[in-house]
Design a protein around this ligand. Structure first.
Ligand SMILES: [Cu+2]
Length: 127
């Protein structure tokens, strides 16, 4: 008889343990859902500027830049984040990265596109 009651106590403890594990599992799922999603920002180039020329980003939040040119082939180069891509009319280049530092960082055209090329730049503002 006494063995039976002990068994019941053990069962109750097991149930508590299982409930705790289930709750813990839910917690993990909630964290997974809360992961930052990729932000998509379209950037177009034309002689001799980028639109937008100032791109606000969040540190740690992955971003995908969708890059295209409206007239002639250009380049997009953001050396502070080690990324670059060609911007070709009629095509969209995707550049994904995660800003890992805050501040203002220059990006610029790195394909010679005419006499205004030297001043063709913009900034990534990471907060
Ligand atoms: Cu250029």
């Amino acid at each position: 008889m006494s063995v039976n009651t002990n068994d019941k106590k053990v069962d109750a403890k097991r149930r508590l343990l299982l409930a705790g594990c289930a709750a813990g599992g839910l917690g993990v799922m909630a964290i997974a859902v809360a992961q930052p999603k990729d932000r998509v920002i379209k950037v177009t180039a034309k002689r001799f500027d980028f639109s937008p020329s100032v791109i606000p980003l969040k540190r740690g939040v992955p971003v995908i830049l969708e890059l295209t040119s409206l007239d002639i082939p250009m380049g997009f180069n953001a050396p502070d984040f080690g990324v670059r891509a060609d911007m070709v009319p009629g095509k969209v280049a995707k550049l994904r990265f995660i800003p890992d530092k805050t501040g203002e960082f220059t990006f610029y055209c790195d394909i010679f596109c005419g006499s205004g090329h030297e001043s063709m730049s913009g900034s990534l503002v990471v907060t």
